[in-house]
Design a protein around this ligand. Structure first.
Ligand SMILES: [Fe+2]
Ligand SMILES: [Fe+2]
Length: 454
């Protein structure tokens, strides 16, 4: 240690950080200049320097992007931490395997959320798991970093998907970070205990930072904040899930599909899914934003038209997969409806023209690109949201698929005016007597608004 470094009573780590301060002190005859004090404040506030004695809090684990042999786990953390997931075939966690975050090379750490993907699992198999999170109390420099005490979650479980899994799904949509209707919906989901949930868009409003996304997707301030710890969740973006200066990074909070499911040329189809759940094939698509790409509101940031065309190609390929083609009940999920009756008030607002309403009630472009494929491949049902009002469109001779539109977050009011048609829903699908049974639950009034075999 240098003599004056020793005199200043500094450790080497502090010295490296404080070096500029000392130099500045010398220049200013020993007084600490204002800019040095400001630098010290920044060091104290920067969460990437470590938790610095503040106890680490973690959120309940959230199961994301489930597959037949893979499962994503994401969870919220309150400060700089690393994390692993331990999983086993027994609730006592005997012979548990330990999986780190990330892929090869450096293991990611973060101050807001950690993500681990389990791979090499058996299809339609129950596993038990828990998260182990260890804070970096100090990470001013890797050579002198210090770890705190591990925080171990409770043991949770999941069952992987596949032809042998129970064909039972639920859909929530348009929750818009409205916590009262969100709690109603997730309470119903827990009660119904499906094999998987599809969160069908507009989870968010406008997302300006990661902490907002963590609250929405991982750590909601509701009683049943652990709703996705034992039920895996597929995510499909709604138009609002593309809004805000941070939102292009949402994969840091919502794990995309496993890379093995995506070819290089389809890399940007991050959350599209097509897989078997018992006799069902579940297929997820992304309708994107609700105005044309050239709309001045997008400031040139929208590139959804080629995205929808790429998904048409992807969709053709998915239905050509033997296990998807062979499924008795094919169901598609996407946020914006693919159809509106020509006689309805929705019909003129098709997302193609820049119209006075300024948003689409349905997507003509997606209908034209995807609709013929759905007809040809025998899709029975399309599940949508976006409209904030439940409705069911039965199939016709020209359109062989039915469409169900889930409700939004409004609790019996529309802009302050009582409206009994405004209620949040959970859309449920399962197989009964070899048929697809569709049940729509109104979670505001605790009633069933649709119960139908398709
Ligand atoms: Fe919405
Ligand atoms: Fe929407």
């Amino acid at each position: 240690m240098h003599c004056w470094e020793k005199e200043a009573g500094l450790t080497r780590r502090e010295f490296i950080t404080a070096c500029g301060t000392l130099a500045a002190c010398a220049l200013h005859g020993g007084d600490v200049p204002p800019q040095a004090a400001a630098a010290e404040d920044t060091r104290e506030r920067d969460p990437f320097l470590g938790t610095r004695g503040v106890p680490l809090e973690i959120g309940s684990p959230c199961l994301q992007s489930p597959g037949e042999t893979t499962m994503g786990v994401s969870w919220a953390v309150s400060g700089l931490a690393k994390g692993v997931v331990e999983y086993a075939d027994n609730p006592e966690m005997r012979d548990a395997k330990v999986v780190k975050s990330g892929g090869y090379g450096l293991v990611p750490i973060d101050v807001d959320a950690l993500q681990v993907r389990l791979t090499g699992l058996k299809p339609a198999t129950k596993y038990y798991y828990r998260t182990v999170t260890i804070p970096f109390t100090d990470y001013s420099n890797i050579y002198y970093a210090k770890l705190g005490d591990p925080v171990v979650s409770g043991v949770h479980s999941f069952t992987t998907l596949g032809e042998g899994a129970k064909a039972h799904f639920c859909v929530i949509n348009d929750t818009h970070a409205q916590w009262k209707p969100f709690q109603m919906a997730v309470r119903k989901v827990k009660e119904l205990s499906p094999s998987a949930v599809i969160w069908n868009g507009d989870a968010t409003n406008t997302t300006q930072d990661k902490k907002t996304a963590v609250e929405v997707f991982l750590n909601p301030p509701v009683e049943d904040s652990d709703w996705s710890s034992d039920i895996p969740v597929f995510f499909e973006s709604g138009n609002h899930d593309f809004r805000g200066s941070w939102i292009s990074k949402k994969e840091e909070v919502v794990l995309p599909r496993d890379p093995s499911e995506r070819r290089g040329d389809q890399w940007d189809l991050k959350w599209n899914f097509a897989l078997r759940l018992g006799d069902m094939a579940l297929v997820g698509l992304d309708t994107g934003e609700d105005k044309p790409d050239a709309h001045p509101k997008w400031f040139g940031l929208a590139n959804f038209e080629p995205y929808r065309r790429a998904q048409a190609k992807w969709l053709e390929e998915q239905f050509a997969r033997p296990e998807i083609a062979a499924a008795k009940h094919k169901i598609v999920f996407c946020h914006i409806p693919l159809f509106a009756e020509p006689s309805s008030e929705d019909y003129p607002h098709d997302g193609v023209a820049i119209d006075p309403h300024d948003y689409a009630y349905w997507s003509r472009e997606c209908n034209e690109l995807w609709g013929p494929i759905l007809d040809r491949t025998g899709v029975k049902l399309v599940v949508c949201g976006h409209r904030h009002r439940f409705r069911f469109d039965p199939p016709t001779a020209e359109r062989r698929w039915a469409q169900v539109v889930g409700g939004g977050p409004e609790l019996g009011f529309d802009h302050g005016v009582p409206d009994s048609g405004r209620f949040p829903t959970v859309v449920e699908g399962f197989i009964k007597n070899d048929k697809l049974r569709l049940v729509v639950h109104d979670v505001l009034n605790n009633r069933t608004v649709l119960d139908k075999y398709l």
